[in-house]
Design a binder for this molecule. Structure first.
Ligand code: SAH
Length: 452
């Protein structure tokens, strides 16, 4: 059996759901090797050995996979963002399709039709949001960037290839301000210091920029200078917010916002409609792909004009509102009050009059609506990673919709929930993966289920 520090020859045959390559030793033990590619033949140093598997690091690439390309980012392999800058996009898409299929078939035990992944036109600069931790390294230098993999060490990053170029300007202005006024940055271990995170959002179509500083307190000394510098450097700056987070926690945002400049929100467009985006509200990070995803969801919903549509986990109302003109009426459910408020305003600003939104836990609200006799023809679900769970599936069965459209950002919980649906009389007709998060191992999917 292999042991730590052994150097072995390894052929990479598959990839894990997290994006690491996997090969097998002669004894059959799986060895996980980050930043390897399927088809690589490698010389690998063993770093850690468990009972039936091990972790290794590439010492030398003996024969490169045909899918290999040179990584084009200095932070690749250090920051916890991209896992796949060293393989072609076609290979990435293949791995993502495989990940969705494997989850649905193996975890869910579901046989269905898998459509090709909806690929991106641009695999860089697609993100419209960044939440960057601020700290100092051992030598006291300011670090603004990303956490390293499975760690809270900040990898400084002045410009991330997944983000708009403009975010680099916000980072630069912030860094200069911290240096000039010696602003105390937050230290996670002691809970001391002020500035914790820099949170940026950009509305792509309107080119409006939101900058939010998460502070351990109410604000920052010399805040007015920071605002002035930001406005000078960024003509499209629409609003600046100070979010107060005094808790010793990994949760980035605190509960209280103070608007220091502008109105506290930005506005973007999606599928030809206008949407208000507040700091606490969910907003799809890849707008271009979100439009393609919604188009697929709309196709699956197959609305004829009269249906009652239930949009669960609706965020700012986007999916439902973009379908509102094709259905009789729309009910949206979302747990974050600000998002519900945005959803209501979004309906109004787009002249949608057949929608109402409830601020509630989706499973609880759905159960209440069912008892009140609500019978939607189509239900849309777009839960966070943990999925919707069995109770909600049973409630949905009780409402007897003819179609369910399930949008998911986690194939494993999607697969589990599809199985619950199967046990409750809903067949998965089709699954389409959609690449919303290029260069990372995350993959979105949309599934169509119909009542038997
Ligand atoms: N459909 C929206 C949002 C999807 S993200 C869009 O495409 O933009 C998932 C949403 O579910 C988030 O807005 C989150 O706040 C909300 N959410 C999380 N847990 C919830 C729960 N238990 N009940 C209702 N909504 C919840």
């Amino acid at each position: 059996m292999i042991k730590k520090n052994d150097i072995i020859r390894l052929q990479i045959n598959s990839a894990t759901a997290e994006g690491s390559g996997v090969g097998r030793t002669e004894e059959g033990a799986a060895v996980f090797v980050p930043r390897s590619a399927v088809g690589d033949v490698l010389s690998v140093r063993i770093l850690k050995v468990k009972k039936t598997y091990a972790f290794g690091r590439i010492e030398e690439i003996l024969t490169p996979s045909p899918a290999r390309i040179p990584p084009d980012c200095p932070s690749f392999g250090k920051c916890g963002g991209c896992v796949w800058r060293h393989i072609t996009y076609a290979e990435e898409c293949r791995l993502k399709e495989q990940k969705v299929r494997d989850a649905v078939e193996r975890i869910g035990g579901i046989q269905t039709v898998f459509r090709p992944i909806i690929a991106c036109d641009a695999t860089d600069r697609y993100r419209n949001k960044a939440q960057l931790p601020v700290g100092r390294d051992r030598d006291g230098r300011v670090q603004i960037g990303f956490y390293a993999f499975h760690s809270h060490r900040i990898i400084d990053c002045s410009d991330c290839a997944l983000q708009p170029e403009q975010f680099a300007d916000v980072i630069r202005v912030t860094r200069e301000f911290i240096d000039t006024y010696d602003i105390p940055v937050y230290d996670e271990t002691t809970g001391q210091g002020r500035l914790r995170h820099l949170y940026i959002r950009r509305a792509e179509v309107t080119d409006e920029l939101m900058v939010c500083y998460v502070v351990n307190g109410n604000g920052l000394k010399h805040e007015d200078v920071l605002l002035k510098n930001l406005r000078e450097a960024l003509p499209n700056l629409k609003t600046v917010i100070f979010n107060s987070n005094r808790e010793k926690t990994n949760v980035i945002l605190g509960k209280k916002n103070r608007v220091a400049f502008g109105e506290g929100f930005i506005e973007d467009e999606l599928c030809g409609m206008k949407f208000k985006i507040s700091p606490f509200s969910f907003w799809q990070v890849n707008r271009v792909q979100a439009e393609k995803l919604y188009a697929k969801a709309r196709e699956y919903a197959a609305l004829s004009g009269n249906e009652l549509l239930l949009d669960l986990y609706c965020g700012t109302g986007t999916i439902g509102l973009t379908m509102a003109s094709s259905c009789g009426s729309l009910v949206g459910v979302e747990i974050i009050p600000d998002a519900v408020h945005d959803a209501e305003e979004n309906a109004a600003r787009n002249g949608v009059t057949n929608a109402r939104f409830l601020c509630a836990d989706a499973p609880e609200a759905a159960e209440r609506l069912r008892r009140e006799g609500l019978t939607p023809e189509v239900v849309i679900l777009d839960p966070p990673r943990k999925g919707c769970g069995e109770a909600l599936v049973r409630t949905i069965r009780g409402m007897e919709p003819s179609r369910v459209v399930y949008v998911s950002c986690d194939p494993a919980t999607l697969a589990r929930d599809l199985k619950y649906f199967a046990e409750n009389g809903y067949i998965t007709r089709e699954v389409t993966p959609c690449d919303m998060f290029s260069r990372t191992a995350h993959v979105e999917s949309v599934a169509l289920l119909t009542r038997v």
